[in-house]
Design a protein around this ligand. Structure first.
Ligand code: KIV
Ligand code: ZN
Length: 523
């Protein structure tokens, strides 16, 4: 082994805020992106791809804000191979002590012919020009030949050689459409290793999509064959079927260290809380059976498994829940539990709250404990996530009452608190209680949404378990997800809907101040 391959440290490049955010319904506000970037820093990722500054003024601002916050990891921005994009990335990331410009151009025949209408040589010239320009701004430049896995091998090697000669310090090989399989990808990396001059002097990277469910397996094949950077997202969110899941690939390397002989710098105990944070912000629910961070990932139901577990955990457990930050205990909290016990449990669950957030969460906990006897970890997580969106405002749900009679439209009365602290109330009817509540909130906030999907799952067990509702709604042709929890599912759905309305209002204020006023008169 030589150069970077001799090094057994794999860099983790997180693209949750760029490729992850491109997933339908996953767009985030600046404040939410900053929260995620700070959590990624605590997770100790090496590089944060914070966005695509040329995509929109909002994207530029969020990359800049994340770079200026200097959380610790290298901050990277994506650019096409043109001067405007590259200048925008540099302007956005330069505030970070460690920053990177990532340029990309598609190289496969399909993309050359149908998307770019460019000849092979033209593509190489464009990549070389872009890399040289980016190098004039910074010493840390990454290049990606988009759709590399469907590019002719000899041509790919030519492109990568030219990129290295032009000054790229990281070359990333994307499986853009999730088409490759592990054996084939292993061969591709070995081919590049033997056919590209200077490849051992740069960091070779891998970027996989999950269209055939092999993003993690393909990324592992690539590092086994010499890649030393993995591009991935929290919970595997991303375009279509998503990207390589950070938590899965990191825990695979750690759990099978004797096989891979590789390590990452990830603080694995932050995996679970970071996953929950991203899930709550994007509204993308983590499936119960998702590896590493799903609710059932460490649950043992079958009697024979439970028996084995009681004898020795290693019989059926290849990782310890605590290693990924999951410290579920059978201990439940209730209405007599004090602030101290609550704060300890919050910390055990991996959340870091300031005094203000702790107070708000504790108040919500007390309210819930009045309605529900036992408060489980899932309830506490739901409270913390709700408190965050509630404090973000501008509207807060004060109360909701619904009237339903069979074969008649349902009627809902909603009271919201606006930013001035004033209560505003509205009544609407609808086909069901949820539609009626949504209608009443639309009148107050001025944001109209159409409901596409309403998913319900319980955050804990028992008859009085809280319902956690995820709604998918459409607004002006785009889809958004929101989440809310309550022991009352209509209220949970209303909170989820209000969360989206609040997000849209906050975003509109940044993009076009005054378009959706939060202080609309009562209707
Ligand atoms: O999937 C892809 O090819 C990408 C590149 C821009 C790296 O996201
Ligand atoms: Zn991608």
């Amino acid at each position: 082994m030589s150069g970077d391959t001799a090094n057994n440290r794999v860099r983790i490049f997180d693209t949750t805020l760029r490729d992850g955010e491109q997933a339908p319904g996953c767009s985030m506000t600046l404040r939410e992106k900053l929260r995620i970037a700070s959590a990624l820093a605590e997770l100790n990722v090496d590089i944060i791809e914070a966005g695509f500054p040329a995509a929109s003024p909002g994207d530029f601002e969020s990359v800049k804000a994340i770079a200026d916050a200097n959380f610790g990891p290298t901050i990277c921005g994506l650019a096409r191979c043109n001067p405007e994009d590259i200048e925008k990335v540099y302007a956005a990331v330069q505030g970070a002590e460690k920053h990177r410009i990532h340029v990309f151009v598609a190289t496969s025949a399909i993309h050359r012919e149908h998307k770019l209408r460019m000849a092979k040589e033209e593509i190489i010239r464009s990549a070389v020009g872009a890399i040289e320009m980016a190098r004039s701004f910074t010493d840390d430049v990454e290049f990606s030949p988009e759709d590399a896995s469907r590019t002719e091998l000899a041509y790919l090697a030519e492109v990568v050689s030219a990129a290295i000669e032009a000054g790229a310090t990281t070359v990333n090989i994307p499986d853009t459409v999730g088409y490759t399989v592990p054996g084939e990808f292993d061969e591709l990396f070995r081919y590049l290793k033997t056919h590209v001059k200077g490849i051992d002097d740069i960091t070779l990277s891998v970027h996989c999509h999950n269209d055939l469910g092999m993003a993690v397996a393909n990324s592992l094949a690539a590092v086994h064959a010499g890649a030393r950077q993995i591009e991935c997202t929290i919970n595997g969110i991303g375009e279509r079927a998503g990207n390589c899941s950070l938590e899965e690939v990191v825990m695979a390397l750690r759990t099978r260290e004797e096989y891979f002989q590789l390590e990452t710098g990830i603080e694995t105990t932050r995996l679970y809380p970071t996953s929950r944070l991203v899930s709550s912000i994007t509204g993308m629910h983590v499936p119960r059976n998702k590896a590493i961070v799903g609710e059932n990932a460490f649950a043992h139901e079958a009697g024979i498994h439970q028996h084995g577990m009681l004898q020795h955990a290693s019989t059926y457990e290849i990782m310890k829940p605590a290693d990924v930050g999951l410290s579920r205990s059978s201990l439940v909290l209730g209405k007599h539990s004090g602030r101290h016990a609550f704060r300890d449990r919050v910390q055990e669950l991996g959340f870091v709250l300031d005094e203000f957030e702790t107070n708000r969460a504790f108040n919500e906990f007390k309210k819930l404990a009045d309605k529900k006897k036992d408060i489980f970890d899932g309830d506490i997580e739901a409270i913390i996530m709700n408190v965050d969106s509630a404090t973000a405002g501008p509207w807060i749900l004060k109360s909701l009452s619904v009237k339903t009679l069979s074969e008649q439209p349902a009627e809902a009365n909603v009271v919201l608190i606006d930013e001035t602290g004033a209560e505003q109330s509205s009544t609407a009817s609808g086909d069901g209680p949820v539609a009626a509540a949504f209608g009443a909130m639309e009148k107050l906030t001025g944001v109209s949404l159409s409901l596409k999907n309403f998913e319900l799952h319980s955050t804990s067990t028992g008859e009085d378990a809280q319902g956690e509702v995820t709604v998918t709604v459409m607004h002006e042709g785009s889809s958004y997800r929101g989440r809310g929890a309550s022991v009352d599912i209509v209220e949970a759905g209303s909170k989820a809907c209000l969360e989206v309305m609040n997000r849209l209002i906050r975003r509109e204020r940044i993009d076009a101040p005054g378009r959706i006023p939060a202080d609309r008169a009562t209707v």
